[in-house]
Design a protein around this ligand. Structure first.
Ligand code: ADP
Ligand code: ASP
Ligand code: MG
Length: 401
């Protein structure tokens, strides 16, 4: 008995049958004597469909109006799930993000939670109701609706679990847990019984969409007991938790992120302060820069390449073009044909040969590496998008047995 937060993603609430399936899981948890808060995403491809609808109107919609539109998807799911729960005799109430107390900053379409005010949720729980909360959305200080970025319902669930000191936060999805690679792409991928917050954070940040990276960051910060499991197959999933075995080294997974663009600036002067000027501009626009490659200087000039999320690439090129006179450079290019493939595992730096095995797997398959970046917990390579799935399989076969 305790307080349990359960989150169900889009596929898990896709249609009537799936909604009743979720209702049964929730009702069983409630009948076992637990307080239950349920967080749901929009049904199936609803969010993508809404984005497509906006594109029919304009290619440059205001971010505020996008959030107003996208938040409707989750509102459909919460009401339908609450109806289903009530229909099977489980007392439930649905709350939108703002009713549930999600206060965010004003960064529409990628807002961050600034404060949780869980009074309403608590009072509904006291009335012995299951509380069904719309994921992915909140409200800013002007009472405008905001959304937390794609995959943001995971973050909503963890934020509630952290605020209410929940005993468990269960992320129900369409696979049976966290695997060593995307099980839909790599059939030999293995389910992990457990994974550390740090490893999961890397995997999520490097493209394993099974958990949103901000949700893992939050879970780590507040030590939220997190579990990823299937809404269709009632078997134990993957536990995400603090590290216990610090010395051991195991590659936990291979991840792919196809949503990257390489921005290059040719012939920038090879002088102190250049990186500060370029990356300062990116920071001003809240654009995250990932892998950075700088060529050796020649004739007092060098080339600078770096990766950003494809969604930020247009803005990145625009501010660079606008400020070109401040840093020089002959040409700014953008390449969307790349992807990032990464291996993740704690303690990588103290185990030699891991990176070279990864490169060997790529060499054996004739896959060219364009950029490399390493840390103590991961090795990432940038390569052609068309080679990415082959690369993930080859690296998985070489390093995970
Ligand atoms: P939900 O709608 O439940 O939030 P998502 O589509 O966001 O589900 O995330 C689940 C998907 O993540 C899976 O269907 C799977 O294809 C993908 N995925 C990518 N990498 C991994 C991984 N390492 N382990 C498990 N699933 C992964
Ligand atoms: N519905 C939102 C999305 O598709 C949020 C989520 O599913 O977590 O990104
Ligand atoms: Mg998701």
């Amino acid at each position: 008995m305790g307080l349990i937060v359960q989150k169900f993603g889009g596929t898990s609430v896709r249609d009537r049958d799936r909604i009743f399936n979720v209702a049964r899981i929730v009702a069983d948890t409630h009948r076992a004597g637990n307080d239950v808060v349920v967080v749901v995403s929009a049904q199936g491809d609803t969010t993508d469909d809404l984005i497509a609808k906006a594109a029919e109107i304009t290619h440059d919609p205001s971010a505020r109006e996008m959030d107003m539109l996208l938040a409707t998807g989750e509102q459909i799911s919460i009401s339908l799930l609450a109806m289903a729960l009530n229909a099977i005799g489980c007392n439930a109430v649905s709350l939108t993000g703002w009713q549930a107390g999600f206060h965010t900053d004003r960064a529409y379409t990628k807002a961050r939670i600034s404060r949780m005010d869980t009074e309403r949720i608590s009072s509904e729980l006291e009335r012995n109701r299951v509380v069904v909360v719309a994921g992915f959305q909140g409200i800013d200080k002007l009472d405008d609706i905001t959304t937390l970025g794609r995959g943001g319902s995971d973050t909503s669930a963890v934020a509630i679990a952290a605020s209410l000191h929940a005993d468990r936060c269960q992320i129900y999805t369409d696979v049976e847990g966290v695997y060593t690679a995307d099980p839909r792409k790599v059939p030999r991928a293995k389910k992990l019984e457990e994974i550390t917050f740090d490893e999961m954070l890397e995997l999520a940040s490097l493209g394993a969409q099974v958990l949103n990276n901000r949700s893992v960051e939050l879970a780590k910060k507040f030590n939220v007991p997190l579990e990823v499991l299937s809404s269709l197959n009632p078997i134990p999933g993957t536990i995400v938790k603090e590290a216990t075995n610090v010395e051991g080294m195991l590659i936990k997974g291979v991840a792919k992120d196809a949503d990257i663009s390489v921005i290059s600036i040719m012939n920038v002067p090879d002088v102190p302060g250049m990186s500060f000027k370029v990356f300062g501009l990116m920071a001003q626009k809240s654009i995250n820069v990932d892998v950075i490659l700088q060529s050796t200087g020649r004739d007092g000039n060098k080339d600078l390449s770096f990766t950003v999320a494809t969604g930020d690439a247009e803005m990145a090129v625009k501010v660079l073009e606008e400020n070109k006179s401040r840093f020089g450079g002959t040409e700014i290019t953008r390449d969307d044909s790349c992807a990032k493939v990464s291996i993740v595992g704690a303690g990588m730096q103290s185990h030699s040969g891991v990176a070279s095995s990864m490169f060997e797997a790529l060499a054996n398959n004739d896959i060219n590496i364009k950029m490399i970046s390493t840390s103590e917990i991961k090795v990432s390579v940038i390569l052609a998008k068309k080679d990415a799935d082959r690369a993930v399989s080859a690296i998985h076969d070489m390093l995970i047995h």
